[in-house]
Design a protein around this ligand. Structure first.
Ligand code: SF4
Length: 253
């Protein structure tokens, strides 16, 4: 396994390069998004589609244009504004709880103090909020602060399992924490975004389009899927020894 761990940075670098060759290298602009608003947005993103998350956020921002205004809202008002995103009661509670705590601890609605913290400490602080998991915290740390955090959502988890980068039993949090230190400097955002795009467009939960995938030559699952399709087994380079195979659908519906 030690050899496998040593091979991980090289595999991730190669995968990132292949994805960039197909999709380009998406830029991320750290500090572009206000961290507290990003926290609200990421809480809204749980268990819903991007479209419904955005609808919920837009309605919330329209109803409560300022953070102090949102923080002083009654829970039913917040629930009503975000209902389109689902789990409205739990999300309203998480949002109002987070704002109240930030205000109480920091004297205002700012998370800028996280900027100077080591990544693990900043993540620990954020995940101490109810409703904020490793994925949510990493999105915020990456996109608001430009930290080398690696968010793993269901798309990234499915794809990385199929690629044999994480065990088939890995959770979102375990996959994120195991991959994060091995992603190249400056690559956390582009790799995260391109893996999501791959998961949506090609490496879909059912019937992945392996024949069209830029990662076919480095994907054990892709090689298995291509067997018997008239193309013969695809040689896979750099497969990690000792990493269990993922299930057919990567463990996700
Ligand atoms: Fe997914 Fe197939 Fe590409 Fe592997 S080769 S990443 S299974 S689409």
């Amino acid at each position: 396994m030690a050899g496998a761990v040593r091979a991980l940075p090289a595999r991730l670098r190669e995968i990132s390069g292949l994805l960039a060759g197909r999709f380009g290298r998406p830029g991320i602009c750290a500090h572009e998004t206000d961290p507290v608003r990003n926290l609200v947005l990421t809480i809204l993103s749980q268990n819903t589609t991007d479209a419904n998350r955005d609808r919920a956020y837009d309605r919330l921002a329209k109803r409560f244009p300022t953070l102090p205004g949102l923080a002083s809202a009654r829970p039913p008002e917040v629930e009503e504004a975000i209902r389109v995103g689902g789990l409205a009661r739990a999300k309203a509670k998480s949002i109002l709880g987070a704002l109240a705590r930030i205000r109480a601890e920091r004297g205002g609605y700012s998370l800028d103090f996280l900027r100077g913290m080591p990544l693990p400490e900043a993540r620990e602080y954020l995940t101490s909020f109810p409703g904020v998991g490793v994925k949510t915290a990493n999105i915020l740390l990456l996109f608001s602060f430009g930290m080398p955090a690696f968010p793993v959502d269901t798309h990234v988890l499915r794809v990385t399992k199929r690629l044999g980068l994480v065990p088939g039993t890995a959770t979102l949090a375990k996959a994120a924490l195991s991959l994060e230190p091995h992603v190249g400097t400056g690559d956390h955002g582009p790799l995260h975004l391109n893996l999501i795009r791959l998961g949506r467009e090609l490496c879909r939960p059912r019937n992945p389009l392996c024949a069209e995938c830029p990662l076919l030559t480095v994907c054990p699952e892709g090689a298995r899927n291509m067997k018997g399709k008239g193309r013969g087994p695809t040689p896979v380079r750099n497969a990690l020894p000792g990493v269990p195979r993922s299930s057919k659908n990567g463990g996700h519906a």
